[in-house]
Design a protein. Structure first.
Lengths: 332, 332
DNA sequence: GGGGAGTGAGAGAGCGCTCTCTGGAAGAAT
DNA sequence: ATTCTTCCAGAGAGCGCTCTCTCACTCCCC
């Protein structure tokens, strides 16, 4: 491998000074066309690529941003495309801005310190935290340290930190209202973990609609895994065998609930209608296909990236969710 | 935000030279205990974190490695946990080595150039390419440029580049042999794309066993998506209504095939036995649960990372796969 | 024609760090 | 007591780049 050429070499070859070569490489307009031309030719001939470390050292910018996934998230990772959607969205924007994406899956122990150290030493220009738990201390720590931070999901304690959240409450309301409109009387819910904002909000949405429509709420709590959906559904059926609908706080649990309903001999949607949340690919392929609430995950990733890159103002943003009606709540 | 302290500041506070402070920070043993102590105290008090750019500039190392996913991979991403397994494995090793993971999802246009430029300018110490297509030119290009490269999956053109591959042939053979042992006579296959090494190898494994057991092969080709599994299955049923087993080259297509079989009124495993490949989570939850071939994806990620980090010798490695027998091929 | 404005290119000072080289002190060997 | 080792700390030279400052030159207007 030939040694990588330096700006010095390019300048020598083009017969100009290093400073001028730098100007051309960085696209300054204040360079005479013929000189610009000569430098560009030298760059091409030598295959020159700027050394990022040297550049970062003087500019104090890293041209890369970190995307942090706390451990609990990575576990769900495999079956839940929410995260891959966010990654895709973030990646697109980052790529467009010609920056780099550093992915950090914070391990079990010492994950925080690692991210904190990494983020505060000028490695990255900003951090996106795909935190599921609204009480995560990391965003606050980094913000205090002066690192630009944007969170996916609203922190559960009010703060001034920018975030991009999904309209979980609205989505849940629309889902439950849909069940009400279908004439369902006894509408239960399988809620998500109550230490995650998504879990809390979706339950709140459910409660709000039931209150307005004068029905009583029937609640079981799961942990967003398929298995927990199955056992929560069993519990609901035991608690209230007459229930005729269930709003499940995510699709994975809904898949589990579907299994429990089948085992219990309940027809879907005949006996029990079911709505999920997330619109994962599998939701289209269940029998019957699952009515669910779609989230703009890629868009979320894009917005997160644009904010942290300062391409748009850092703010507290709520993205709309959308009800996707399929066979699990209506007969064609 | 207070400015980040430099080594100079730490040295001044500890009353030593910058060189000595550097020695302590980098763990040299040739420093008197009391001085080491003093420096460490200064580091703590000041909250010093080394500036990576400056360090990279002089050491010529980047302390980070890139994980590249070509576009076709990212599309499957969402439903196929193979990639998240690899990411997890890579991430674990990288974290252990205290390096960073740069994730690059190469976009549609100009993805190669971008990765090439990025990797050859000293940004990263090595590149892991999660290439699905064995003909990908990127690994060769980078290797020629002197960048350490390791591929996931064997290149289809023989080369000396190191890779970590799954035993696709062996897995397919075991799967098909399992069908033979179950007394199945007419064993079809839904093959994967024949421009991907996994697709080719799995078909070869199928063919080898059929040849040995004196059966004729019945082949349809899909593209690893669920939909293609459905239509390939329909085609197979049309081609040979008497078939009593099908080996499907991945689970996603197997899920699709299951749908087609159900629609065609075939009992699984009564009329038709079915085996998939990958052991995605959904495979445990189909009705009946899917017999499939499990791949050590996390292990694959680890090995890839260890090789590119030079923690183990770069070689051409084949990881074993494992047949997981479930209800889609046997009745309890 | 002279002075000021404007423009383009070079010189050079660092950015924060590592690492070699040098020097001095202390202990071992003669 | 003197020389030789050994060991540890400091001095200083860069790593490759950006960016300010300076200077030379051209152009224009009065």
């Amino acid at each position: 491998m030939r040694a990588r050429p330096t700006l010095e070499k390019v300048a020598a070859r083009a017969g100009v000074s290093r400073a001028t070569a730098s100007r051309v490489v960085n696209g300054s307009t204040r360079v005479a066309p013929e000189i610009r031309e000569a430098v560009n030719r030298a760059v091409d001939e030598l295959g020159y690529v700027p050394n990022q470390a040297a550049r970062s050292l003087v500019t104090q910018r890293a041209d890369s941003i970190a995307l942090v996934f706390p451990e609990p998230a990575t576990r769900v990772f495999s079956e839940d495309p929410t995260f891959s959607g966010i990654i895709r969205g973030v990646s697109m924007e980052i790529e467009e801005a010609d920056k780099q994406l550093v992915l950090m899956l914070t391990g079990l122990a010492g994950g925080y310190q690692r991210v904190e150290r990494y983020a505060t030493n000028g490695h990255v220009d900003g951090v996106i935290i795909a935190s599921m738990h609204g009480t995560d201390p990391l965003p606050g720590i980094l913000a205090r340290r002066g690192v630009p931070v944007v969170c996916s999901g609203r922190p559960s304690v009010p703060s001034s930190l920018p975030y991009v959240d999904m309209d979980n409450v609205g989505g849940a309301e629309r889902a439950v209202r849909h069940l009400v409109e279908q004439g369902r009387r006894r509408i239960a819910t399988i809620a998500g973990p109550q230490d995650m904002i998504a879990g809390i909000d979706r339950l709140n949405g459910y409660r709000a609609v039931l209150r307005d429509s004068d029905r009583r709420s029937i609640v079981a709590v799961g942990d967003f895994t398929r298995e927990s959906g199955t056992s929560a559904m069993r519990q609901l059926l035991a608690d209230d065998p007459e229930l005729d609908a269930v709003f499940v706080a995510n699709d994975l649990m809904a898949l589990g609930a579907l299994t429990a309903l089948r085992q219990a001999g309940r027809q879907v949607p005949g006996d029990v209608a079911i709505v999920g949340f997330d619109d994962i690919p599998a939701a289209s392929y269940t029998e019957p296909p699952l009515t669910t609430v779609r989230q703009p995950t890629v868009e979320m990733g894009r917005r997160l990236a644009r904010m942290v890159l300062d391409l748009e103002e850092k703010a507290q943003v709520m993205l709309p969710t959308e009800l996707v009606v399929r066979g699990s709540t209506t007969t064609p």
